[in-house]
Ligand binder design. Structure first.
Ligand SMILES: [Zn+2]
Ligand SMILES: [Zn+2]
Length: 551
């Protein structure tokens, strides 16, 4: 682990609202990791941006009678607000259509072009004589040649999930007429030429997930194809060549470059040498498994192509998709919960807790289940953590007037609990460093449960000998919990901190202090109140019944 880090998560496409599937695989794990690294004393910045270009956005904005710029500005703002409400704490959230990114993308294009990594080739593409334009991707609809589904976009059949080489019975999606075919010049990135060097990079980077590496290497073995990076549309980064007038770069050429350009803008404004920072930091790109191809092949190849002016990622934590009640999330079928809607039902920390608890560091899909959500919140978050914190602090308030007593001699049970406190920082740190956020959270739950049982065993309310030691250790365990939970449950953690009567801010603590007995005798705690409220079965039933209903 280096003493600097840049964290990014896959850019939200500025074309619709954030839902539970988005946050589970990328934004939440990235946010937890960022908060953790900051407590570890690593100079960490979490950078993100809206992904603004591409045909789907252009088409949708045309439908709504807005300029694409107006359209993406709306979603940029709305997405940011939703993330904020979920306590996804970006250090900087910007956009791929920023002047800084456009400039950087054109710089990278030129550098790759001059080095011979980009070539021109004529291709034949659909053209609408009525609208007088070329029709890439979603501008053509037709029948899927594989499964015969009608009314499918030419770049993806939603019925069978395949990308047809050519769609049957093509129609212009703007005017409905049958398009003709015209020759047009496109630019191609020589991805093939990077096959060996990419293969080797994957081999040598031990931080990347083994299973992902393996299938990306299989793609390389079966032969990479050069990549068409051109679109004949108006909304995108213009190709910076005189002869390419009217052509823009494909969105996947420009969007991941915003990781770099956005970071450079942010650091530049803080008068930090951005390039030097980037090249001496741990670089993390958090993604979902649907964009593995782009992040394990295009992204590194392009960085290698510009002579690694900005170094390659150290970590690309890749996670699976979220299903909802065991079915694929679908907006059109209303099998879907937006982040905004969920946060009207429950506090952000409930969702953060559940989504981390069910989310392994792997590409396995995970499932949001309303009943399991209720069970986990009620039994793990409330009965375990909430109950222990309230019990320990409530008892201190009632029996010691809220003042921590001096410990007396330690018996075997006290020693065991003290040892648990002393090992918690390292044990959880190791797991988070390995991206096993779910296991780290589980470790914290085990800790809370252990100390709760210890408290139960010692029966301090009987005022027997050893009561003071028990209260002293329990208060310190609450403090340990408060810090350890901060990356996962920032709001609850701040509440714990306040109830403990701490004068400092939780963000000023260090991860190592989890294992220090820093609450001293005579410290006065604050006011203990229950941290959480039970999730009611009747509510869950109601929310579940809303799924799949068309309004
Ligand atoms: Zn199909
Ligand atoms: Zn047309």
């Amino acid at each position: 682990m280096r003493n600097k880090a840049i964290i990014t998560s896959a850019l939200p496409y500025a074309n619709g609202e954030i839902h539970l599937g988005h946050v589970a695989s990328t934004y939440l794990p990235a946010d937890v990791t960022t908060r953790f690294l900051k407590l570890k004393g690593v100079e960490t910045y979490y950078i993100c941006a809206s992904d603004d270009y591409g045909t789907p956005i252009l088409i949708q904005s045309e439908k709504e009678g807005k300029s694409p710029k107006e359209y993406v500005n709306y979603w940029n703002k709305r997405d940011y607000e939703d993330f904020k409400a979920f306590n996804i704490d970006f250090d900087f959230f910007y956009k791929t259509s920023s002047p800084e990114n456009v400039k950087f993308v054109q710089y990278v294009f030129k550098k790759l072009y001059d080095a011979g990594h980009i070539y021109e080739s004529d291709i034949v593409q659909f053209y609408c004589k009525n609208d007088k334009k070329f029709l890439p991707d979603r501008y053509v609809k037709g029948t899927c040649p594989y499964c015969k589904a009608e009314d499918q976009y030419s770049d993806l059949c939603e019925q069978c999930g395949r990308v047809p080489p050519e769609i049957d019975d093509p129609k212009c999606s703007i005017c409905g007429q049958t398009p003709t075919k015209e020759k047009t010049k496109h630019y191609f990135f020589k991805l093939k030429n990077f096959s060996d060097i990419l293969y080797k990079w994957l081999d040598e980077n031990n931080n990347l997930q083994k299973d992902v590496k393996k299938y990306v290497q299989n793609w390389i073995k079966s032969g990479l194809v050069d990549w068409d990076i051109t679109r004949n549309i108006t909304w995108g980064v213009p190709i910076p060549l005189e002869e390419a007038k009217g052509k823009v770069l494909y969105g996947w050429f420009d969007n991941h470059l915003a990781y770099i350009s956005t970071t450079m803008k942010f650091l530049d404004e803080r008068r930090i040498n951005g390039k030097e920072f980037w090249n001496t930091a741990d670089i993390y790109h958090f993604i979902g498994k649907d964009i593995v191809y782009h992040h394990y092949l295009f992204l590194p190849a392009m960085r290698i192509g510009i002579e690694e002016e900005y170094k390659l990622p150290d970590y690309i934590p890749t996670r699976g998709h979220l299903t909802l009640e065991s079915k694929k999330i679908s907006k059109s079928r209303n099998w879907y919960i937006s982040l905004k809607e969920f946060l009207e039902y429950y506090p952000a920390d409930y969702l953060r807790f559940y989504l981390i608890a069910i989310n392994p560091y792997s590409q396995d899909d995970l499932n949001f289940d309303w009943d399991e959500f209720a069970t986990r919140i009620n039994s793990e978050l409330i009965d375990n953590i909430g109950n222990f914190v309230n019990r320990a602090l409530g008892f201190t308030k009632k029996s010691f007037d809220g003042v921590i007593p001096s410990p007396e001699d330690y018996d075997q049970l006290d020693k065991e609990s003290e040892a648990k406190i002393k090992t918690l920082a390292n044990e959880t740190s190791e797991l988070i460093e390995q991206n096993h956020l779910d296991r780290a959270l589980k470790k914290i739950l085990e800790f809370s449960s252990h100390i709760n049982q210890y408290f139960q065993h010692k029966e301090p309310w009987k005022k027997a000998q050893g009561t003071k030691t028990c209260v002293f250790l329990a208060a310190n365990a609450v403090k340990s919990l408060g810090i350890a939970l901060y990356p996962f449950l920032p709001i609850s953690s701040e509440k714990i901190w306040e109830q403990l009567g701490m004068n400092s801010k939780i963000t000023e603590q260090t991860w190592d202090s989890i294992s220090q007995l820093s609450i001293k005798p005579n410290h006065a705690i604050g006011n203990p109140v229950p941290l959480f409220q039970k999730v009611e079965d009747s509510d869950v039933k109601k929310y579940k019944s809303r799924l799949g209903k068309q309004n």
